[in-house]
Write a protein that binds this ligand. Structure first.
Ligand SMILES: [Zn+2]
Ligand SMILES: [Zn+2]
Length: 400
């Protein structure tokens, strides 16, 4: 079976976007080869035919769905075809111009898969990364579904109660660190809250817990669902019965839900490698300027950042170093851009103590990683004398 990913595709500036299923390993000249449901093919047919009406048939390829009657076992019968009008006037005429599209075993149709320049629809993250539609979490941790425009006076961040799990939410623009906020959540996040609160209630005494519930219908043909969000206070239920315990949370005009508005939500934070505590909505560290997305992820990368900090105390322009692992992580060259810094004790800017401190940071990290460099940003450098020479590059820092 083909491994299909649900995504959205378009012909930039021409038609789309459309919901599509794509085998990510399958492409044509760098373009996507999408598969569509019959409903989507109908939309493509409408759009391409409108284009032909507008631009004339000479350069246009059109899609068509011709519905038949109901088949013997009640199935809907339809013929899908693609007409390449530029071929129509040539030898072969109608026959050459017409291409019948057979459905796959899953009833999907490949339209224009080896001739149209289909591309993924992208979404722009707040961190400026462009992600294909099916990537729902950006590398910086932001969710695609939170990229809707923030309501006026609010900003996107993450919130948590008691520093536990942090949920993406919109909060008042002026909210400060440590203050209580009234977060507004997307439906997607409310579904996560429902799971989270119900799991917590099951683990503790459910009678004293508060739970969130999302009741929803399957989407209609327009893709819209019927949704009801409930908040149940089980403590109230014990004393006063279900009628007083259940609250319906209606969405705001922006389609957001203020769930648990009295739960003592606070803006979540993130610790920078430099030990600065930052608000989630600050994408760059307030102290050192390193982006949240660029935080070191392994012990070895953290060590690289620390070595950079140590060396920069004496030479702020340092960018990279060479480390020879045959000598237990010994720094054998330091660079400031293209310039090699003199490591001589008497002649260069570093003293033995500073270099020793940097060596020691690397030694400890290599020890903890048991010499395993996979997943780190360490780059092997071919060398005649050592087969264990690595280049480490220090993250750029804010220069005040
Ligand atoms: Zn991002
Ligand atoms: Zn920092």
């Amino acid at each position: 079976m083909q491994n299909l990913t649900a995504t959205r595709v378009l012909l930039p500036g021409i038609i789309g976007p459309y919901d599509a299923h794509v085998d990510l390993a399958d492409h044509w000249n760098g373009f996507v080869r999408p598969l569509f449901t019959l409903d989507t093919v109908r939309q493509i047919a409408t759009d391409t035919q409108a284009q032909a009406d507008e631009c004339g048939r000479d350069d246009v390829i059109t899609a068509h769905v011709i519905d038949g009657d109901t088949g013997r076992s009640g199935e809907h019968r339809a013929v899908v075809l693609v007409v390449n009008w530029p071929y129509w006037g040539q030898d072969g005429g109608a026959k050459k111009a017409t291409n019948i599209v057979e459905p796959t075993t899953y009833g999907l149709y490949g339209i224009g898969g080896s001739s149209w320049s289909w591309e993924f629809q992208t979404w722009d993250c707040r961190c400026e990364e462009k992600n294909p539609w099916h990537v729902t979490v950006c590398q910086c941790g932001e969710l695609r579904d939170m990229q809707v425009a923030a309501p006026k006076g609010m900003r996107a961040t993450r919130v948590s109660v008691d520093g536990s799990e942090a949920y993406p939410a919109f909060v008042a623009e002026h909210a400060r660190y440590g203050q209580h906020v009234t977060p507004h959540f997307t439906l997607d996040t409310v579904r996560q809250l429902a799971v989270g609160t119900q799991e917590a209630a099951a683990q503790h005494d459910p009678r004293s817990a508060e739970t969130v519930h999302v009741l929803e219908t399957a989407p209609d043909t327009g893709g819209n669902r019927g949704v009801i969000v409930l908040h149940i206070d089980w403590f109230t239920e014990v004393d006063e019965g279900p009628k007083d315990a259940v609250r319906t949370i209606v969405p705001t005009e922006h389609g957001l839900y203020a769930v648990g508005s009295d739960w003592h939500w606070k803006i979540a934070g993130w610790w920078c490698v430099c030990d600065q505590d930052n608000l989630w909505n600050d994408n760059q560290c307030n102290a050192c300027g390193l982006a949240r997305a660029e935080q070191p992820k392994t012990g070895l990368d953290t060590a690289v950042w620390k070595v950079g900090r140590v060396l920069r105390t004496l030479v702020p322009a340092v960018t990279a170093a060479l480390v020879d692992l045959t000598h237990l992580g010994h720094i054998c060259a330091v660079f400031a851009g293209d310039v090699e810094v003199d490591l001589g004790d008497d002649t260069g800017p570093f003293d033995a103590e500073t270099l020793g401190e940097a060596d020691e940071i690397l030694r400890q990290a290599l020890d903890e990683a048991a010499g395993d460099l996979t997943g780190s940003g360490w780059e092997r450098v071919p060398d005649k004398r050592s087969d264990r020479l690595y280049r480490i590059t220090f993250p750029a820092v804010r220069t005040h």
